[in-house]
Design a protein around this ligand. Structure first.
Ligand code: 0A1
Ligand code: ZN
Length: 880
């Protein structure tokens, strides 16, 4: 808990470490009432540090120090200083061995940082600064050491003892205890350390690498989850193969292990050779996991595996460089997912997340560059900007260089920096050196926060056959940053002729053989491009594939959008045109009288989408999803959420009513047959069926109700079962809703991952998730304040997805969230800080809302003993 005001840490203060650690020898004695950690470090002065007589300073947090021994002699209390967050030894030789013994209490660790217990097993989470909760250590990623770890515990309770690397020794001890020793040959920062001890079943497989080495693949899960490992294991093997084929990266250790734990703050963690996963991000079976969960698991398994090179072999010099590993690894996992499924659908999903949530972050009080210049609490910087925008920045390099040069660049990067802790600048430099391109201006993407805005205008000179496009870029001010410089933006585009045919993009007159798509490079504040030989006014297809993370403003007419929706050869832009049209229609209804006409051409466009079986059904499934409320809020100023909710809902109901026949036909056409498969086609089929069902139930259609009830009972997979449950929960059929929820819970109450879905389907529902319902869910026996997934599935889903209820004009949603944040701040500050996010955006909303949001934030600010995590978020969001 905080005792003084949190300090800001600046990138500009970076200094190389005064001491290096070559090896770490750890011995863990694990007991029920605590754990004793013996740590022996081989330390030497860093020849690159100018501080020749610096004291040795080791980081610590919540440790009870038992002894300190230097080169075999135990130090007296006056020889060192235990400051709680630091252990300081004033005078040390050039090179020495230091043994520190600490006592910790994993069983009482509710922050889930360092060593803690989850469902009876011991596990760790050390990124970013959790290792200091285990023992005193220079807890910074540029100190890389070889680790040897001996774990001792009771054999019956903890038969499985795991750490990084290879197991080199094991044996029996007295009193029913045993030990295993692990050795990791690769030097690593302590944030990649991991330990697991528990009663777990082991699932094995093997992978033969490109050079013919056989790797032992092992998954460790609680016995009840033994049947939920296959998908993750298959995903792992696909990832290993893909990284060899696409990046030339082979796995380096002989064993690769994955462990599933129920209590985990994030999705998963890439500890060297021993990845630890949140159960919800790794365990799956047809009966318990939805298609979305299957896809998420494949992506996260890949992400953590890919970190073995982008993150572990080459790591970050300091935490300001976090996007070096995260942005690059997200880019890699999204390429992988695109290759495994439908690239267009994957792009749509990534862009939806980026535009809804990252743009909101970039326009809010916590906006920061991809490489931040300062922070208070690093845990608050595992953000959409670092991850998703960081991945977009790498994607733009890929676009500018082309795939072959990009691969040369990544090869050079891995070769040049193997075993080092480096910066985002080193990454860009490798790309420059390999390709010969100058990325000087491009580097601004790492330094400037805020989403660039591109204002696009055009004119057509029929006499000359010239189409002129003017693109003006500007970057909005963000906290602490004004007057930004123009950035280097790859802008992909095409032009469509009047029958929808793609036109050659002739930038000079008289030149033939021009391509149908170009990537224009914007570097100035304003550019004008002239296209020659254009016979009639074209329709521009702008920013294809979303080639840069920017907002494009152009005065599309509804006709143009409808035209692009059916003609653009770029599937992504077809979808985007549909979204823009739907946004325009919904926005025009916000605050309008109830009987305002709803654009008939939108209905006809949707009718065509639903009925035309020749279209790519995976794309159709995406195109049918109306823009979310969160996205509509992001696009508006002075948002009135209940009004936005009503407008969107009116469009949905209108579509459902007008297209009832088509929806029923679509449902029947996509009736599943044959065994469950997770192919893009099968996923699209289920998605279309469940969308049809959801729409029918929204208008309380009796046929829909009958279909939903039988689908709920007969489904052979969770996607369909959950689709039916969600449709019933969001319908006006109150009796069916309750029955469905009760039956579902009875059937799945022993499965925590399914219970989490059951919580969130209610908490996110405008029908079943009013505040009084949410309070009941918090009292439910399956709810657990110590489990982050449960908190997210009730409190997070309510504040993040049930927007009309959260933004109740009486302010009750805000007060509720403030109460939960204060409560959690004491037990799990990381989760508390994440939960505050919806309140921090208070400036976005109409005054009646923003004033109440602000006072809820002030109440959190005034809580005594506020954690550094919540302090930073709340103070930044209240700052003028
Ligand atoms: N590096 C992990 C995610 C992760 C980040 C922070 C954590 O604690 C603050 C835990 C996990 C990843 O990118 O998957
Ligand atoms: Zn990651």
């Amino acid at each position: 808990m905080r005792t003084s005001q949190p300090q800001t840490i600046y990138l500009s203060d970076y200094k190389v470490p005064a001491y290096l650690v070559d090896t770490v020898d750890l011995r863990f004695e694990l007991f029920e009432d605590g754990a004793r950690v013996h740590s022996t470090l081989e330390v030497r002065r860093n020849p690159e540090s100018g501080e020749v007589s610096a004291p040795l300073e080791l980081d610590g947090d919540s440790l009870t120090l038992e002894s300190v021994t230097l080169d075999g002699a135990e130090l007296a209390e006056g020889d060192y200083e235990d400051r709680g967050d630091q252990l300081v030894v004033r005078s040390v030789p050039e090179q020495f061995s230091l043994t520190v013994v600490t006592w910790i209490e994993p069983q009482n660790n509710t922050r889930l940082e360092g060593l803690y217990k989850s469902s009876g097993m011991f596990c760790t989470q050390c990124e970013a600064e959790g290792f200091r909760c285990i023992t005193f250590f220079p807890d910074r990623p540029d100190v890389m050491a070889r680790f040897r770890t001996r774990i001792e515990a009771n054999r019956d309770a903890y038969p499985v003892l795991l750490s990084n690397g290879n197991d080199v020794e094991k044996g029996e001890l007295e009193n029913g205890r045993h030990f295993v020793t692990w050795e990791d040959p690769f030097p690593k920062p302590c944030y990649l350390f991991a330990l697991v001890a528990g009663d777990l079943v082991e699932k094995r497989d093997t992978f033969s690498t490109c050079s013919g080495r056989d790797i032992d693949l092992r998954m460790y899960v609680e016995p009840r989850n033994a049947e939920k490992c296959d998908h993750a294991m298959d995903s792992l093997k696909r990832s290993m193969r893909w990284d060899e084929e696409v990046y030339g990266r082979e796995y380096d250790l002989d064993i690769f292990m994955i462990v599933a734990v129920d209590d985990f703050n994030m999705g998963a963690m890439e500890n060297k050779g021993l990845n630890i996963f949140n159960s919800s991000c790794v365990l799956a079976s047809q009966e318990t996991a939805t298609d979305m969960a299957f896809q998420r698991i494949e992506a996260i398994v890949a992400h953590e595996y890919f970190h073995n090179w982008s993150g572990n072999r080459v790591t970050c010099r300091d935490w300001f460089q976090l996007s070096l590993k995260e942005g690059f690894t997200v880019f890699r996992d999204s390429q992988f997912s695109a290759d495994m499924g439908s690239p267009t659908v994957k792009r749509i999903e990534d862009v939806t997340l980026l535009r809804t949530a990252q743009f909101a972050e970039d326009g809010g009080p916590m906006a920061h560059p991809v490489r931040p210049a300062s922070y208070m609490e690093i845990s608050n910087f595992y953000t959409l900007t670092i991850y998703e925008k960081g991945a977009e920045v790498v994607r733009m390099i890929h676009t500018l260089l082309g795939p072959d040069m990009f691969r040369k660049g990544s090869d050079l990067y891995f070769e040049r920096h193997d075993g080092q802790a480096v910066t985002t600048d080193d990454f860009v430099k490798a790309m420059e050196d390999a390709s010969g391109r100058d990325l000087g201006q491009f580097r601004l993407w790492y330094e400037q926060a805020g989403t660039p805005v591109l204002n696009v205008s055009d004119d057509y000179d029929a006499g000359k056959g010239v189409y002129r496009l003017t693109i003006e870029q500007s970057i909005p001010d963000t906290p602490g940053q004004t007057n930004k410089k123009p950035q280097h933006i790859p802008f992909a585009l095409g032009l469509l002729g009047k029958d929808g045919q793609p036109l050659a993009l002739q930038l000079e007159s008289g030149y033939s053989g021009a391509p149908m798509e170009r990537v224009l490079e914007l570097t100035e504040a304003v550019h004008t491009f002239e296209f020659h030989g254009v016979e009639s006014r074209p329709v521009p297809s702008l920013l294809r594939h979303f080639s840069a993370p920017v907002r494009v403003r152009y005065n599309w007419t509804r006709e143009q959008l409808l035209f692009l929706m059916s003609h653009d050869p770029d599937g992504f832009n077809r979808w985007d045109a549909g979204q823009r049209l739907a946004v325009d229609v919904i926005q025009s209804l916000v605050g309008a009288p109830d009987d305002t006409e709803i654009e008939p051409r939108l209905v006809e466009a949707y009718r065509k989408l639903i009925s035309d079986a020749d279209l790519d059904q995976a794309l159709v499934a995406k195109m049918l999803q109306l823009p979310s409320e969160a996205y509509l809020i992001e696009l508006s100023e002075n948002a009135d959420v209940p009004a936005i909710h009503r407008a969107r809902d009116a469009v949905l109901r209108h579509l459902a009513g007008a297209l009832k026949g088509e929806l029923l036909a679509c449902y029947q056409r996509h009736q599943g047959s044959g065994p469950y498969e997770i192919t893009p086609e099968a996923i699209a089929r289920r998605s279309l069926r469940n969308t049809a069902l959801a729409w029918l139930l929204l208008i309380n259609d009796e046929d829909g109700r009958t279909l939903a009830v039988s689908q709920l009972n007969d489904a052979d997979n969770m996607t369909d079962r959950m689709g039916a449950l969600r449709a019933l929960v969001n319908s006006g059929f109150e009796a069916d809703r309750q029955q469905a929820l009760d039956d579902f819970y009875d059937r799945f109450q022993d499965d925590p991952q399914v219970v989490e879905q059951w919580f969130s389907v209610q908490a996110a529902s405008d029908q079943a998730g009013q505040l009084s319902d949410i309070r009941k869910l918090l009292e439910h026996p399956a709810f657990d304040w110590k489990n982050p997934n449960k908190i997210r599935s009730v409190v997070g889903a309510f504040a993040g997805q049930n927007l009309a209820a959260f933004h109740n004009p009486d302010g009750s949603g805000y007060e509720f969230l403030a109460d939960q944040v204060c409560r959690l701040d004491d037990s799990n500050p990381q989760i508390a800080a994440r939960l505050v996010t919806p309140l921090t955006r208070w400036r976005k909303f109409a005054f009646a809302y923003s004033a109440q949001m602000k006072s809820a934030l002030e109440r959190i600010r005034d809580k005594s003993g506020l954690s550094r995590d919540v302090y930073e978020v709340v103070h930044k969001s209240l700052a003028e």
